[in-house]
Design a protein around this ligand. Structure first.
Ligand code: SIN
Length: 571
């Protein structure tokens, strides 16, 4: 097992700053949690770059909430469960669908301006939603507007200290595994130990694991790596969602073409100009994302083309107004969506797995919480329903704040909205094992299982070369794309697991002086190894995880979550 702390930083020797609570990350989950916690006292937010550098900023389609006249939380629940392909945690889904509408209205009350139509909020549709229930802002600039609204509140809040360019290194634990705080690299190169009884990891996802991704450069899986090194359980790591439609132009950075474009009528065409989705799924272009991404991958493979086409011409002249960001991005690249189809291909988009939490955001370490894409509440199961992630940050951010505030006040926490999706925990001490980890938890609700012993120790293939972050980064992305991507098989995954374990071992030797890129690589490769191992272990196809050697869903053997912990992993 490698060193407990990144770059061998010893917290005992660091300067200390005492905090009430530290939030790591500045996307919707981190900022909303911070705002709610700040109602009761000071909060420190660490973010490794600028506040705006997050996946939230890039979100286009919108935020899902059952607020339409013909909609209901029950319908939203059914759609979420169907997309999750049998592996959703019901309590987490119930929390989301029942509490989501109130949280979204609170976000609007905080100043986020969602688009409106004649009957209130304008609602669009995305894949696998049975109703129009996606709120959006400035057409397709929803994330930018949410970031703007939250940033305005956070920057002027007297109780919030925002520390940009502070890269969180590790969560520090006391004997007994209670959290003691978090260490961070400051912009001047010094390291500081923020001592705190509560740390919330909201660092987003790990899209940088893949050569082609819709995620920003900062999405390097830091929160999952930090939690794993500290001994927290991580779960469902094999489930990586690939967005079907990223702009595919040679030499141009990937740019998301929102699913809402298909929701408003755009069609997918193959290299021969034929519409192909109805041949794969009766829901056509609005089938769940995993289905559409795999269909596109298959069409690309069968025609040898590097992309398919998204024909947005059926949307007509409304396109520039409804999708101003996408329209401008296409025009900048010499494309005119009003007159020609847009070249698109799948790209890594979202990690359903992450740090295992209960419905109060609690991880398996007392005092450590995770929220948003960093967390695995079980809400998304094997495949996230489109636009469920922004609202997830609000719902579970509120719950984390509620929990911490009740613990601070000395009483058992209760939900703010009156909807009780799970029994409120009694206190933050004597932390019970997560219910997925309890043998009595019914298998149909998704029990946990560790990877088999045979996989615990890989045939490591540590590269011979010295640590060159830029090159190893590209090697990681290429390896994960080719061997642990949209379509997987045993041979590829064995190779991915062995190579990623080796790369993770090498990257973990990075020293502080090597800079942030090298330290991020240590996190990224560790998360890559966790993904590859879970994917190798799950010998079935479910949701976003497709094994061509086990192409069917197998509820008899695999209706459970794969949970990994450092002490049992050898990583
Ligand atoms: C999109 O606009 O297609 C992305 C929405 C999401 O990933 O939830």
């Amino acid at each position: 097992m490698r060193a407990r702390y990144l770059a061998g930083v010893n917290p005992a020797r660091l300067p200390r700053v005492a905090e009430r609570v530290v939030v790591v990350g500045s996307g919707i989950a981190g900022l909303f949690t911070a705002l709610r916690l700040a109602e009761a006292g000071p909060v420190t937010v660490l973010t490794k770059q600028r506040l705006a550098d997050s996946n939230t900023e890039l979100a286009q389609g919108g935020i899902a909430a059952a607020i339409g006249k013909s909609d209901s939380p029950e319908l939203h629940l059914q759609d979420t469960l169907a997309a999750g392909d049998g592996l959703c945690d019901l309590a987490a889904v119930e929390a989301l669908v029942h509490e989501g509408p109130a949280r979204v209205l609170e976000l609007a009350a905080l100043g986020v301006q969602f688009d409106r139509g004649q009957e209130g909020f304008a609602l669009t549709r995305e894949g696998a939603h049975s109703r129009r229930r996606i709120l959006h802002a400035h057409g397709d600039a929803t994330g930018d507007e949410i970031r703007r609204g939250l940033e305005e509140q956070v920057r002027r809040h007297p109780q919030i200290t925002l520390l940009e360019d502070h890269f969180a290194l590790d969560v520090v634990t006391e004997p007994g595994r209670r959290v003691a705080g978090v260490t961070a690299l400051r912009p001047d190169g010094g390291v500081v130990f923020f001592t705190s009884p509560f740390v919330i990891l909201a660092t987003g996802g790990a899209g940088q694991l893949y050569r082609t991704s819709t995620n920003p450069e900062v999405a390097t899986g830091d929160g999952v790596a930090i939690a794993f090194r500290a001994g927290a359980a991580v779960a469902d790591m094999e489930f990586i969602q690939f967005h079907p439609t990223a702009l595919a132009l040679e030499g141009s950075p990937k740019f998301l073409i929102s699913e809402a474009v298909r929701g408003e009528g755009a069609l997918l065409l193959n290299a021969r100009g034929e519409r192909f989705m109805p041949g794969y799924d009766p829901r056509g272009e609005l089938a769940p994302r995993d289905v559409v991404a795999r269909a596109i991958a298959r069409e690309m493979a069968s025609t040898g083309a590097g992309h398919v086409w998204l024909d947005a011409r059926p949307i007509g002249e409304a396109f520039p107004q409804r999708f101003p960001t996408i329209f401008a991005a296409c025009r900048e690249r010499g494309l005119d969506p009003l007159r020609e189809p847009i070249p698109v291909a799948p790209a890594a988009h979202y990690a359903m797995g992450g740090v295992l939490t209960d419905t109060w955001g609690r991880t398996t370490l007392p005092g450590l919480f995770a929220c948003g894409e960093t967390a695995c509440t079980g809400l998304h199961g094997a495949n996230r329903l489109a636009s469920n992630s922004l609202v997830e940050g609000l719902v579970f951010g509120q719950r984390i704040a509620d929990f911490i505030r009740r613990v601070e006040a000395g009483g058992p926490p209760s939900p703010s909205s009156g909807f009780e999706a799970a029994s409120p925990p009694e206190s933050d001490d004597g932390h019970l094992p997560h219910r997925w980890l309890q043998p009595a938890w019914p298998a149909s609700a998704g029990q946990a299982r560790q990877p088999s012993q045979a996989l615990a120790e890989p045939e490591r293939q540590p590269p011979e070369e010295p640590l060159e972050p830029g090159r190893l980064w590209a090697q990681t992305q290429d390896l994960m794309w080719r061997r642990a991507g949209i379509v997987r098989n045993r041979e590829d995954l064995e190779q991915a697991w062995a190579e990623m374990a080796g790369l993770a071992e090498l990257a973990a030797t990075a020293e502080l002086g090597a800079g942030r890129e090298a330290l991020e690589l240590a996190n990224l490769t560790l998360v890559g190894a966790l993904v590859a191992r879970s994917a190798l272990e799950r010998r079935e196809s479910r949701g976003a995880h497709f094994r061509e050697d086990h192409p069917r869903r197998d509820d008899e053997h695999w209706l459970h979550h794969i949970v990994q912990r450092r002490e049992e992993s050898g990583l």
